[in-house]
Design a protein around this ligand. Structure first.
Ligand SMILES: [Zn+2]
Length: 144
């Protein structure tokens, strides 16, 4: 059930961004989810569809999930390897002195928004589609 908490956390964060930036609507979110994070994409999307109905700026927001491959690094020999294939054991030198480099993240990569913007020529308000890069925002890490 922790998908519910993550969904609410993401929506809360994005609603705040929308409010602060004169956004009319957030139409799409690209979300990076690591393959060894505890988030199950199908279940996440079910919760998402239900939760956005209660939002202000995200009622029709599409959530696109980008899966991030899990990669581990060996401290003994410097080898990187697929975590899902070898778990914690380095395939080259067989130690377990390894750690996960990528694969447990849940990041908002970017969002598409419909923004209020004044059209200078006609003095009217129009909508502009923007792609907002949010790569640096780390929403959630597995340990939460
Ligand atoms: Zn190794």
């Amino acid at each position: 059930m922790h998908e519910l908490g993550i969904v609410f956390h993401i929506i809360e964060k994005l609603e705040k961004i929308a409010k602060e930036n004169n956004v009319k609507e957030i139409t799409k979110v690209n979300l990076e989810i690591g393959e060894v994070s505890l988030v199950i994409p199908d279940y996440f999307l079910d919760v998402w569809k239900w939760a956005i109905k209660k939002s202000t700026y995200m009622k029709n927001c599409v959530c696109n999930i980008i899966r991030i491959e899990a990669i581990s690094y060996c401290e003994e020999c410097g080898q990187t390897f697929k975590t899902t294939k070898f778990a914690k054991i380095c395939p080259k030198c067989l130690t377990n002195k390894t750690y996960l480099v990528t694969g447990d993240e849940v990041n908002i990569k970017d969002i598409e928004v419909l923004e209020w913007r004044k059209d200078q020529r006609f003095f009217r308000w129009s909508f502009v589609y923007l792609l907002v890069k949010l790569n640096s925002i780390i929403v959630f890490i597995n340990s939460l």
